[in-house]
Design a protein around this ligand. Structure first.
Ligand code: NAP
Length: 237
């Protein structure tokens, strides 16, 4: 699917990767860009239509889908992350519930609301913003990792399910990206603009997945090894 002339709806488009998706869609000639966000106050990006949406709130999702009922490309981008001591921390269950509500159930809810809109179009697609964490053990991100792994699994079920309706489903996997989410974490980070460029290029090329940084390419390359990266992470990850 091409971005030119697409009508794009992005969740969490007020900042970070979501804003980069919105800006790059405009730059590539999208017909319309709906910038979904929890709080539209003060959002003033040229050529974008701000739409209120909280992915944990079904009423706001349905209202957004009514407004954006000409969407041809849905970008499930909104997400949260938090650090934790590790898989045995007393807070794992509570934090997992918060992560799943946004990062997994949020994706499911928004996809369910927009699927009838997309199915009615001759050319439509969904991008799900996932992570290298679906394959990478990082104990301090245990609940986040579980929620993204669930979203990855959902993405794979969805891709096959929607294939006969002609809806392309693309999963974006990437490591650290330079956004508010990784503030204060002192590691090399990909730029949101570069990640978004690669993702749209992959969509246009008809792909189902994109690994948007070198580390994620290496990690995915280990999956068929006897000791894959999810058992022993490759050096540097
Ligand atoms: N940064 C990274 O290193 C990295 C790596 C891999 C994947 N990702 C994924 O990339 C996506 C975007 O993250 P980011 O790095 O751009 O983080 P970010 O700068 O913290 O932005 C997160 C966005 O999600 C929105 N959001 C959070 N909860 C929401 C909810 N319940 N309903 C609607 N919007 C909600 C936020 O809105 P508010 O402004 O209202 O909070 C914000 O717009 C996430 O799915 C994240 O997991 C990030």
């Amino acid at each position: 699917m091409d971005i030119k002339n697409a009508t794009v709806f992005i969740t969490g488009a007020n900042r970070g990767l979501g804003l980069a998706f919105a800006r790059e869609a405009r730059r590539r000639g999208a017909a319309k860009v709906y910038a979904g966000m929890r709080n539209t106050d003060g959002f003033n990006e040229p050529g974008m239509i701000p739409v209120k949406i909280d992915v944990t709130d079904p009423a706001s999702i349905n209202a957004a889908a009514k407004i954006a009922n000409d969407t041809t490309l849905l970008v499930n981008n909104a997400g949260i992350a938090a650090l934790i001591d590790g898989p045995l921390s007393a807070d794992v269950v509570a934090q997992s519930a918060r992560m799943f509500d946004t990062n997994y159930y949020g994706v499911v809810r928004v996809t369910q609301a927009f699927e009838p809109i997309l199915s009615a179009k001759p050319d439509a697609a969904i991008i799900n913003v996932l992570s290298d964490i679906v394959w990478l053990p990082r104990p301090i991100l245990t609940p986040y990792a579980a929620s993204k792994a669930a979203a990855w699994s959902y993405t794979n079920q969805l891709r096959l399910h929607l294939r006969e309706r002609g809806i392309q489903v693309l999963g974006l996997h990437v490591g650290f990206v330079d956004t508010d989410l990784t503030n204060g974490i002192d590691v090399p980070k990909a730029s949101p603009e570069d990640v978004v460029r690669q993702t749209y290029d992959a969509l246009i090329a008809g792909k189902s997945e994109v690994m948007a940084d070198k580390g994620t390419v290496v990690l995915k390359g280990t999956l068929a090894a006897e000791v894959p990266g999810y058992i022993t992470p490759p050096p540097g990850l």
